[in-house]
Structure formats: structure tokens, C-alpha cells
Design a protein around this ligand. Structure first.
Ligand code: FE2
Length: 190
């Protein structure tokens, strides 16, 4: 890994050694697994290779090819205990109320099976008016709706006793999500 990272940074063993005030032979030893960096060199080495100390210790680094993460790949996590909503541009480990939250997957119910989960969208002037024929009781309700396009997302929290509806200012093609506290996540491409 060290060799790969050094080459990515276009550094020779000698150049990296100079940054760390050590000999290039030492770098060679590390890269061939014949030696390990002294603890005092861990932070400067991680800095020189542009990775975190945690990644250096783990022996693997997060490949940053994903830095242009597509917002359309937005993931939702909902805490079953307090209802907290967490969004992420990739999968991660998220805990709330002592529970590790699973990533929500979109439900594949057919419209005939659960007509109340059909997301209806009407274009009204510059807005998308999103509405559902879904109960909004404390036990069973749509707890949020979100509109996700390629570069941003808008999330609207809904509460029982409200209507299962909201408006989003249109930003063109995207995905509308609606989350039912009992039946999960539903989506519609717009
Ligand atoms: Fe539902």
C-alpha cells in the first residue's frame, strides 16, 4: 500500500525519505515488509501520502474515486426508536439510540398492493406538488418526503395530523422519495 500511495503522489523513495528525514533504504524496507515505521513517523508519513493515520494503521485507504458522489445515490437511514433521519452520499455505519441503522431500500410494492403508497406529483407553476392518499395518524404516517436531483436534495419532515403532501421547487429531473414509518421507503422518478 505504501508503494502504491507513494507512486500515486509521484514521489521516489528518495523524495519521500527526504520529507521524513530518513534514508531511502528505510522506505524500501517498509515497502517490502521488512520493517515498520517508528511511531513518531506515523503522522508525517500519513501527511506525506495524503491519507489519514487511521487509514495508514488499517493498511487500506478509502479510494477517493467516489468524491464526485452522485447525489442521486443518496442513502436514507431512519432510527426506529426516535425517528431521527440521517442522509448519506454513500453507505456508512450510523448509530442512533444505541441501534445500528440499516440503509433503507426502496419498497417494490405494486400500486395495486398498496395504493396508499403511490406518490402522485403534479407540476404547478415552478413547483412539484407531491401528495399521497396515505393515513397520517400517530401510528402510521408519512414521516418525510425528499426530492433528489443530481447536485442537491431537499427533505421535508411531515407529522401526523398534517396531510401527506408537500411542495418542492422544481429543479428538473430527479427522484421523489416518501417514507412511511411502517412500510418503508417509496420513490417516483420525476
Ligand atoms: Fe404506510
Amino acid at each position: 500500500m505504501l508503494k502504491e500511495l507513494r507512486e500515486r503522489k509521484k514521489l521516489t523513495q528518495k523524495e519521500l525519505a527526504e520529507k521524513l528525514l530518513i534514508s531511502d533504504k528505510t522506505i524500501s524496507k517498509w515497502e517490502t515488509g521488512k520493517g515498520l515505521p517508528d511511531i513518531t513517523l506515523v503522522t508525517p508519513l500519513a501527511e506525506a501520502l495524503s491519507i489519514s493515520v487511521a487509514e495508514l494503521f488499517a493498511g487500506e485507504y478509502a479510494i477517493n474515486d467516489n468524491c464526485s458522489a452522485n447525489v442521486k445515490k443518496l442513502k436514507f437511514y431512519v432510527c426506529p426508536i426516535c425517528g431521527n433521519i440521517i442522509t448519506s452520499f454513500g453507505e456508512g455505519d450510523f448509530n442512533c439510540c444505541g441501534v445500528k441503522l440499516p440503509v433503507l431500500t426502496v419498497e417494490e410494492d405494486s400500486p395495486e398492493e398498496s395504493p396508499e403508497h403511490i406518490i402522485n406529483v403534479e407540476k404547478i407553476e415552478h413547483d412539484f406538488f407531491v401528495h399521497m392518499e396515505h393515513p397520517m395518524t400517530k401510528q402510521h404516517y408519512i414521516s418525510f418526503m425528499a426530492y433528489v436531483t443530481s447536485d442537491r436534495y431537499t427533505l421535508v419532515k411531515l407529522y401526523p395530523e398534517q396531510n401527506a403532501e408537500c411542495r418542492f421547487m422544481s429543479r428538473g429531473h430527479g427522484i421523489i422519495y416518501a417514507y412511511c414509518n411502517r412500510h418503508g421507503l417509496f420513490k417516483l422518478n420525476v
